[in-house]
Design a protein around this ligand. Structure first.
Ligand code: HEC
Length: 136
């Protein structure tokens, strides 16, 4: 008799726990994605990318050509092979000075990369390629 009386209580407790897990889960997933991104794009590289690149290379960008070629926020969702190809492309455009595009720099000269910023971006791309190669 005693256990029967407790049954509804247990059921209620189970429901509360289930609800709590369902509510907590999405934020945990978001946090993990964010942490992953943080480890892929170093703080150094991020501030440069935010200043000079992300405006055209993000999912909401009006620059269709730029965003189909590269979206910084989803780099970490790419397969290793694709990620490395993108990092190599980043290395190339930074090295040859073709990004940000010259036309864009005409009206936003402050987005131009300094030599120190170029070096930092190249270093980030190289190290990220190396660490991905080691993992596989
Ligand atoms: C004004 C917008 C704009 C800015 C700012 C910009 N890009 Fe681009 N980017 C583009 C466009 C447009 C393309 C496509 C060019 C083409 O296909 O001819 C592109 C292409 C690229 C590609 C080639 C991707 C591939 O897979 O072929 C890389 C890499 C790249 N950009 C990196 C950068 C980096 C790094 C920065 C910052 C230093 C930057 N971009 C800033 C517009 C921009």
């Amino acid at each position: 008799m005693k256990t029967n009386k407790l049954m509804p209580l247990f059921a209620l407790l189970a429901m509360i726990l289930l609800a709590a897990f369902t509510l907590v889960k999405p934020t945990t997933i978001l946090k993990t994605a964010d942490e992953k991104n943080n480890t892929l794009i170093s703080a150094d590289a991020k501030s440069i990318i935010d200043q000079s690149c992300v405006g055209c290379h993000n999912a909401e960008s009006k620059n269709d050509k730029g965003k189909t070629k590269l979206m910084f926020e989803s780099l970490d969702t790419l397969s290793t092979a694709r990620l490395i190809a993108k990092l190599e492309a980043i290395h190339e455009v930074v090295n040859e000075g073709s990004m940000p595009p010259a036309k864009f720099l005409e009206f936003k000269p402050e987005a131009a990369l300094s030599d120190a910023q170029k070096t930092a971006l190249l270093k980030w791309a190289d190290e990220s390629i190396e660490s991905r190669l080691k993992k596989n």
